[in-house]
Ligand binder design. Structure first.
Ligand SMILES: Cc1cc2nc3c(=O)[nH]c(=O)nc-3n(C[C@H](O)[C@H](O)[C@H](O)COP(=O)(O)OP(=O)(O)OC[C@H]3O[C@@H](n4cnc5c(N)ncnc54)[C@H](O)[C@@H]3O)c2cc1C
Length: 577
């Protein structure tokens, strides 16, 4: 068997010592939610995390540093950047945040087509560095792929997830306004951040000029007005410092480290094991179910097996695919639960290629108070009830307006008294819009295990074979034309449109490979995120996504995880798992 080639030194101190009710693979956004829910229901839960521990507050070394305390003013050295060409491309990466991202050389993979796989391997995963945008999916996103003929239907709909969205929103704290938009349903919101005068102006001109386009307040995981449940977590009000990605000592935004994991810890049911690289899930052919997980210690490279009644796979979309593909047995020679051959296929992402920006004249006598860690949103207005463009899918538009710094027009000097005077005045207003576009799940966009190459823990490297298609190009064209038109109607001149041509993956919203579905021949997971063919294994991170929608995905992973964990507990009580 493929795994027999692994050189293992098994720790055979008995299964009892290594036995738990539940194992969660990965401690990021979704793993933290699995741990919280399972521990609250009394399950002794082991969270296996490949990276180091990161303790809330204590392990945020740059959180309160001023710009001049960084050697290169937040930038990494040229040598660091040259050694890490992949990870240094990531949004928000810098000397102040680099410790929450991997180093390229430690974690190779094979790009059959260009794909930037951005990772953060530590307790808390990417919850420490995420952008925190938290819109709900609308009913359209669940149904559009099948209705408009570009994909498969989900086995669940909006109404199945809505209560779990509420459950998650109340706990993590999401700010926003109840806008009553069908393309972006309302949630349980804390008060939103204000729009500034230019954002309000563009909101008005969009409403005046378009029947069904809405610019609304951001929906973001920030505590604008903490409630009791947040104070109980030890979190406080967002200070709008805009230094979120360094880790927030106030717990002002949601991260696993400030919220779900400490909550789970308080139950007394949680064990977190950092430096535990999950190699594979162990399947018992007699019992017809998974019985545990094989772990390679990140430092000693020693293998240990852990056992449990249920397993949650939350290693983030592509790593969850990798673990499942590497979990081979006589029953499942092509990866756990992979009778259909679908595992690793239909990998998708979000299209972040296009943006517009422009100076905004006429507001020179106005300014704004304080910082704002969020961005207003224009809800998707494309292909909702029917296909109304020459492409399928929709896009969310993020936007913003700000006063810049002194420009060449204001002062051609770059030194001296004139420059100093110019610097003390605010610069011109600028505004921008950028897209987050739906992508079509395609079988040929896939990941697989490399036949020979392995990482330092003896695990096969992942091969990524994911690319753009013609639908993307058409959507980009439309986004650029529509966004430029909206800015023009708002009074902007000199509007720049650009396509950054970035590789898939840099959006950091990779999804799919182990999708949910009703049909056992075309999907891997049932409506409760259980593997069709191995029901005590639940996959509830981005790997489970049947389609991408156009909303930021992480709050859906959290809702699906909470929903699946509660189902797992019910099934355990009934003796079904
Ligand atoms: C800069 C940035 C901005 C973003 N902005 C947004 C946003 O605004 N809105 C949004 O919805 N999403 C956003 N995202 C994406 C979001 O971070 C991810 O969707 C989310 O973190 C995924 O959760 P997860 O639990 O699947 O994975 P992660 O949070 O990545 O956690 C996975 C964990 O599993 C561990 N792991 C991996 N492999 C193994 C293994 N073999 N064994 C043991 N442990 C393993 C990892 O170390 C990691 O800790 C952003 C991401 C970044 C980096």
């Amino acid at each position: 068997m493929p795994n027999d080639s692994l050189q293992v030194n098994l720790n055979t101190k008995g299964t009892l010592q290594n036995s738990f009710d539940a194992i969660v693979i990965g401690s990021g956004i979704s793993g933290g939610w699995a741990a919280k829910e399972l521990c609250e229901h009394g399950l002794k839960t082991l969270v296996l995390e490949r990276g180091r521990n990161v303790e809330h507050i204590k392990d945020y070394p740059t959180a309160t540093k001023a710009p001049w305390e960084f050697k290169y003013r937040r930038q990494v050295s040229r040598a660091y950047e040259e050694a890490n060409p992949l990870i240094s491309k990531a949004a928000g990466f810098g000397d102040d945040t680099a410790h929450f991202f991997i180093k390229d050389a430690d974690h190779p993979y094979v790009q059959e087509k260009p794909f930037d796989w951005i990772r953060g391997y530590q307790v808390g995963g990417k919850s420490l560095t995420w952008g925190r945008a938290c819109q709900r999916w609308s009913p359209f996103e669940f149904t559009s792929p099948e209705r408009l003929g570009y994909g498969m239907n989900w086995p669940i709909g909006y109404e199945d997830v809505a209560p779990w969205y509420s459950h998650v929103e109340r706990f993590i704290g999401v700010c926003g306004n109840k806008d009553g938009i069908e393309a972006m349903p309302d949630g349980e919101f804390l008060p939103p951040f204000d729009l500034n005068c230019v954002e309000s102006h563009i909101q008005k001109t969009i409403a005046q000029n378009y029947k069904s386009r809405y610019l609304v307040h951001a929906r973001w995981a920030h505590l604008t007005q903490p409630k009791d449940i947040h104070l109980q977590q030890g979190r406080g009000k967002c200070q709008a410092r805009n230094l979120c990605m360094r880790g927030c000592p106030f717990g002002g935004y949601f991260s696993t480290n400030s919220s779900t994991l400490p909550w789970a810890q308080k139950t007394g049911n949680l064990t977190v094991r950092p430096f535990s690289v999950v190699h594979s899930i162990i399947y018992d052919e007699q019992k017809n179910k998974a019985v545990g997980v094989r772990v390679i210690d990140a430092n000693s490279h020693q293998a240990t097996d852990y056992f449990s009644r249920i397993i949650f796979v939350n290693a983030s979309a592509l790593n969850s695919n990798l673990v499942l593909l590497n979990s081979t047995s006589h029953r499942f020679p092509n990866g756990l639960g992979n009778d259909s051959g679908v595992l690793g296929k239909y990998v998708c992402f979000h299209n972040y290629r296009a943006a517009v920006n422009a100076p905004m004249p006429g507001f020179e006598d106005k300014y704004y108070y304080g910082r704002n860690p969020t961005e207003p949103i224009i809800a998707n207005y494309r292909n909702l009830h029917k296909q109304d463009t020459d492409y399928v899918g929709g896009f969310t538009t993020f936007m913003g307006a700000y006063r810049g710094q002194v420009s060449d027009d204001d002062c051609p000097e770059t030194i001296g008294a004139q420059y100093k005077d110019a610097m003390s005045e605010p610069g011109h207003w600028h505004t921008y819009m950028y897209m987050q576009g739906e992508t079509i799940p395609r079988a040929e966009n896939h990941v697989r295990l490399h036949a020979d190459q392995k990482d330092q823990w003896g695990i096969p490297l992942l091969v990524t074979s994911v690319g753009y298609d013609d639908n993307h190009e058409k959507m980009i064209k439309d986004f650029l034309a529509q966004s430029a038109e909206m800015l023009e109607k708002a009074g902007c001149k000199n509007i720049e449109q650009y396509d950054n041509k970035q590789a898939p993956g840099l959006d950091i919203h990779e999804m799919g490979g182990c999708r949910m579905g009703k049909d056992l021949k075309t999907s891997m997971l049932n409506e409760w995120n259980q593997l069709h063919h191995c029901k005590n294994v639940f996959v509830t991170d981005g790997a489970c996504m049947t389609s991408t929608g156009n909303q930021s995905p992480s709050i859906l992973y959290m809702a699906l995880t909470a929903r699946a964990a509660n189902h797992a507990v019910e099934e355990l009580k009934k003796g079904n798992l």
